[in-house]
Design a protein around this ligand. Structure first.
Ligand code: PLP
Length: 372
């Protein structure tokens, strides 16, 4: 058998991630590979750390880019902090909250599940009731931006409630980082993870992670060893530990980190608050156009994520056929429904570099064509 080089088609990525990667970030990816302990690479890693601190709005010393996707970021938070027998209150309002529950139970800990309807924010009253009923709970875990439904939850309030009840917070910011307001230090988040392929508009496969000093102390003072060697952040700390102190832990994805450095630079140049505002403005313009097409949102207006628009599939439209039509005729990818919303919803992503007016216009025109 003979094979040829793979040349992917050029798509417009308006699904739930990965989002569009700019030419600037792609060209950073193609720069010469150097050693992952080369002093120049180490210097760049220090900059990645500072730029991540900027994006997360934190001064947390332990702020790193984990060499693995968002799912590993999730697992890293749970496996480092949670021990067998611990009580963890987990908010579940979509697929990814469900994965948090899986993480907790696989560690032999007890998940107190607070269910909220799919397509809605986490219900604050129910969380308060769970905190009241479980004064011995050690952690409160929730997904800030539920990518499976397009709902944003009130992270600030949830963190305050956790602090008032002596719980540490574990927050999924895979889809929220860079797309909506997120303030790790001001809100007192203890452990947070994200992904590079959403509003950071970088290549997939890296997970920004940040732990507060309190969370670092919990990881360092456990009764039992951390079950995962690769995700043991107390070992990774030496690898990300600042210039001159770096020692080998694993071989970093060197070129992907060049790409992340470049995409974080772009976020900093734009200003994170401006990036939040751009996502909101593009969402509003998409929402206006969808209304004209008679297409309705699943999530109530004040709980909608600007970067992930979940809409009802119009009556009579064939889910798979419409998505294939968009791909074939417009090179445009939109997302299918996930979990409970499979076959019922489409997910239109406006994440990072994708959140531009020309993409909104293309998506609206293409949908109008596909539905007629
Ligand atoms: N959490 C949320 C909210 C997500 O949207 C995703 C991916 O879409 C993940 C976790 C998992 O990230 P990854 O696919 O990079 O492993």
């Amino acid at each position: 058998m003979t094979f040829k080089s793979f040349n992917p088609p050029e798509r417009i990525l308006m699904g739930p991630g990965p989002s569009q990667v700019s030419a600037r970030v792609l060209s950073a990816l193609a720069r010469p590979t150097i050693g992952h302990l080369d002093p120049e690479f180490v210097r760049m890693m220090d900059e990645v750390k500072s730029l991540l601190q900027y994006a997360f709005k934190t001064k947390n010393e332990f702020t790193i880019a984990l060499s693995a996707p968002g799912s590993a970021g999730m697992e890293a938070c749970f496996v480092n902090l949670v021990e067998r027998g611990d009580k963890v209150i987990v908010c579940r309002n979509g697929v990814f909250g469900g994965r948090m529950v899986e993480n907790v139970t696989r560690l032999g800990a007890e998940a107190i599940i607070v269910d909220s309807p799919w397509g809605r924010a986490v219900e604050i009253d129910k969380v308060q009731a769970a905190l009241d009923a479980n004064p011995d709970a050690k952690f409160l875990a929730f997904v800030h931006a539920e990518t499976s439904t397009g709902a944003v939850s009130d992270a600030k309030t949830l963190c305050k409630m956790a602090q008032d009840n002596d719980c540490l917070t574990i927050v999924d910011a895979v889809t929220s980082l860079g797309g909506v307001e997120l303030r790790v230090d001001d809100w007192g988040i203890d452990a947070i993870y994200s992904g590079t392929q959403k509003c950071m508009s970088c290549v997939p496969g890296i997970s920004p992670v940040s732990f507060s000093d309190k969370a670092v102390a919990v990881a360092k003072n456990r009764k039992t060893p951390i079950q995962s060697w690769f995700l043991d952040q107390t070992l990774v700390m030496a690898y990300w530990g600042g210039a001159g102190k770096r020692s080998y832990h694993h071989t970093a994805p060197v070129n992907s980190l060049y790409a992340l450095h470049e995409s974080l630079l772009m976020v900093q140049e734009e200003g994170i608050e401006n990036a939040w505002a751009r996502h909101r403005a593009q969402h509003e313009s998409l929402a206006k156009g969808l209304k004209k097409l008679g297409i309705e949102f699943i999530v109530p207006e004040d709980e909608r994520l600007p970067q992930l628009n979940t809409i009802h599939i119009p009556e009579g439209a064939d889910d798979a056929k419409v998505r294939s039509y968009l791909l074939e005729h417009y090179n445009l990818e939109i997302g299918a429904g996930l979990g409970d919303l499979a076959g019922k919803a489409w997910r239109i992503g406006l994440m990072g570099h994708t959140a531009q007016s020309e993409n909104v216009a293309l998506c609206l025109a293409a949908l109008e064509d596909a539905l007629n």
